[in-house]
Ligand binder design. Structure first.
Ligand code: MEV
Length: 321
């Protein structure tokens, strides 16, 4: 059987503090148990995605994913990666919904290509290389997506500095994700919020201070395992997000469906106006939350925190290659 190496890397959700983070307030993100898996074997410089088709074919200079091309160039320059690989990506992370799917793919591809080239995939290197891809995908990436995907866990970030929140997240507190299916551009939502900030700066600066206070309180709640308090803080955070103009009728209906079904807290996660809503839900309430979300015609995802970040994955091939 030809040699094949596989890696997987998690997606993420923002638990609290999105938007306010743009003006230097702290935010909390968490890696979650939805993965981009990449397997590499000997081939002719191709990268394919089960979801998106052909991304790179170096033999014919086809570059449909400039971020991954950047990863390959970086690995060639730093470690002498040759064009003798075939990478297959299979990701269960929803695309374009603020869950860091492109970062998880870049992290996992970097990890798998390094392993394939016989280089021990040091996390610092994986972080650096995947951040190069993030710079291709996003104008000014905060680094939160590839940081959480590389290292896992729950992290607080503020002005580009990341710190792990010490937590032993209990198995019976889950995160339910509902994708509204409404697509929007993060850039334009952020621009609208900043305009509102300028127009009502005295009022807005107090909302931003409240958001900062809220995140600091939430860090303590996570550290001490007070998830009822964390849920309430998420509800308050959602109110602040509504006040800066990023909620919508659809998002409110999802948030209230989760609360009605017994979630400890529910809020927009990410840029808002569309994208995803997250709920903090105890195991006993998960079935009713799922049912409520399904009744809105949406397909919920139930996840836990991924503490580990990127890692080797088993090669699940059943047939001989
Ligand atoms: C989008 O996922 C998160 C925002 O806070 C923007 C950003 O931090 O760059 C809205």
């Amino acid at each position: 059987m030809s040699r094949m190496v596989c890696s997987l890397a998690p997606g993420k959700v923002i638990l609290l503090g999105e938007h306010f983070v743009v003006k230097g307030m702290p935010a909390i993100g968490a890696a979650v148990t939805l993965y981009a898996r990449v397997c590499v074997s000997r081939g002719q410089g191709r990268v394919e995605s089960r979801q998106l088709g052909l991304l790179l074919d170096l033999s014919s200079n086809t570059v449909n994913d400039k971020g991954l091309y950047r990863v390959v160039e970086e690995l060639a320059g730093r470690f002498g990666l040759k064009r003798d690989f075939h990478a297959t990506i299979d990701s269960e992370i929803p695309i374009s919904s603020g869950m860091g799917s492109s970062a998880a793919v870049a992290v996992s591809t970097t990890h798998a290509l390094l392993s394939f080239a016989g280089v021990e995939p040091d996390k610092k290197v994986v972080w650096e290389v995947s951040f190069e891809a993030e710079k291709v995908y996003h104008v000014r990436p905060s680094g939160v997506d590839n940081t959480l995907s590389t290292y896992g866990g729950v992290m607080v970030y503020e002005r580009g500095v990341f710190n792990r929140v010490k937590t032993r997240w209990p198995d019976d507190v889950l995160i339910v994700i509902a994708d509204s299916g409404v697509k929007r551009s993060t850039g334009s939502v952020v621009a609208d919020v900043l305009n509102r900030y300028d127009k009502y700066s005295k009022v807005m600066s107090r909302i931003y201070d409240a958001a900062s206070e809220l995140v600091r309180d939430a860090i303590k709640s996570i550290e001490t395992g007070d998830f009822a308090r964390l849920g309430e803080l998420m509800n308050i955070n959602h109110g602040l997000l509504s006040s800066i103009g990023v909620s919508s009728r659809v998002l409110e209906s999802i948030v209230w469906a989760m609360r009605d079904a017994g979630a400890l807290g529910a809020k927009i996660s990410g840029a808002g106006r569309g994208g995803i809503v997250i709920g903090l839900v105890e195991t006993s309430k998960v079935p009713s939350v799922i049912e409520k979300i399904k009744s809105l015609g949406l397909a919920p995802l139930v996840v836990q925190i991924d503490d580990e970040g990127v890692r080797r994955a088993p090669d699940n091939r059943t047939s001989q290659g």
